[in-house]
Design a protein around this ligand. Structure first.
Ligand SMILES: NC(=O)c1ccc[n+]([C@@H]2O[C@H](COP(=O)([O-])OP(=O)(O)OC[C@H]3O[C@@H](n4cnc5c(N)ncnc54)[C@H](OP(=O)(O)O)[C@@H]3O)[C@@H](O)[C@H]2O)c1
Length: 350
């Protein structure tokens, strides 16, 4: 374990230097690891572990695209690919990577497949923390652990393939075997984490739900739309409004932030841009701060998760989601975006 200074606070981190892949293989040598769910996180974690030499099986309900994808990725029905319950029954480590609503729907069945000493693994604190809504209360005789990659399952895989990794938080909620931490770290390294940092199930889910509703997705989409509309309402063309709102951010400025931080991005812009951004950043911060407080309160009170479970448990969930996404795709702003992307030189090459 290494201690790193994060802006003045010393925090523990674990990388493959502190916990090597060889050690992870050793810890998992006598385990059967089952990845339940081949949606977004499932494939990323399963394929990385398989490439890292861990013996894994996949549990996925039959008949849909996810099953077909697992077969296409080389999992063999009856050998390494099973129904969700059958995989859970065979496993000593059950990675519960069904959608959060799917976990609620299948819990009774999965719970019955857990043996004493098994590890029940989550990539989100949702199910356990909001147990009053999910009904998911793990039995007393299993380890309950978490590794939560801080990115999409797709990036878990693409970063692994390009030799980097994705940072993940980890937590032990219940340790009955005395091996829970070892198991957690071994799995965290095996799924290809860049570095692992400690959290609790509560902290993980509160920060995750806030982040995705806030800066990472909800707030980002909202402020982009607000600026685009302002520019359009003052007579700017769609091309100009989109370039000044999205394209310049994604193709240039945010890459500088990723490389070397916000000050680096500011330092590499015009002095005109710097002055304005430095003056306006606090105004935006103060304007949205109350909204973030409301958001955090709605997350911790369980209001947000109640809404998620209600919306995502209906049979026509995917169709309804698709309709909402179509509205965004068909809006002027994002149609303009499609045109802007098509004009990128790399998209115009034969
Ligand atoms: N998405 C991410 O990048 C991400 C990032 C960090 C953490 N996580 C966490 O990782 C976990 C998995 O999330 P995900 O986004 O990968 O989920 P997802 O893509 O929505 O995965 C859905 C999976 O659950 C199955 N499923 C859904 N409802 C089911 C039901 N009633 N019975 C049986 N199977 C059912 C789906 O099967 P079908 O395809 O057949 O419907 C599919 O295999 C969640 O706890 C999530 O919070 C996700």
């Amino acid at each position: 374990m290494a201690q790193i200074d994060f802006g003045g606070t010393l925090e523990e981190v674990i990388t493959a230097e502190e916990f090597s892949l060889a050690r992870a293989r050793e810890v998992l040598a006598n385990e059967t690891v089952a990845v339940l769910g081949y949606g977004v996180q499932g494939p990323g974690q399963a394929l990385n572990m398989r490439d890292n030499g861990i013996d894994i099986i996949v549990g996925q309900r039959e008949g849909g695209d996810s099953w077909q994808r697992a077969v296409a990725d080389g999992f063999v029905p009856g050998q390494t690919l099973f129904s969700v319950a059958e995989a859970a029954r065979r496993a000593t480590v059950v990675q519960y990577l069904l959608s959060d609503a799917g976990q609620v729907a299948t819990w009774t069945e999965i719970k019955a497949c857990l043996d004493p000493g098994d590890a029940l693994y989550f990539s989100h604190g949702f199910a356990v923390v909001y147990k009053n809504q999910t009904g998911i209360v793990p039995p007393d005789d299993v380890d309950v652990i978490l590794v939560a990659p801080k990115g999409s399952g797709r990036t878990v895989r693409t970063n692994f393939l390009d030799g980097s990794g994705i940072n993940s938080s980890f937590a032990v909620h219940q340790d009955v075997t005395g091996r829970a931490r070892q198991r957690t770290l071994a799995l965290g390294i095996a799924i290809g984490s860049g570095y692992l940092f400690p959290t609790t199930f509560e902290k993980e889910v509160y920060s995750d739900l806030t982040g995705e509703r806030g800066v990472l997705m909800g707030c980002l989409a909202g402020v982009m739309e607000a600026q685009y509309r302002t520019l359009r309402s003052h007579g700017h063309s769609p091309s100009e409004a989109f370039n000044e709102t999205v394209e310049e951010l994604t193709q240039s400025l945010i890459r500088l932030v990723a490389e070397n931080g916000m000050d680096w991005m500011f330092a590499n812009c015009s002095t005109t841009a710097q002055r304005g951004a430095l003056d306006w950043a606090p105004k935006f911060r103060d304007a949205v701060a109350p909204l973030f407080e409301t958001l955090y309160a709605d997350v911790t009170s369980g209001k947000e998760t109640r809404r998620v479970l209600e919306a995502n448990s209906t049979d026509d969930y995917r169709e309804r989601l698709q309709k909402e996404l179509e509205v965004i795709k068909n809006s002027e702003m994002w149609r303009a975006g499609a045109a802007v992307r098509s004009l990128r030189p790399e998209n115009r090459r034969d």
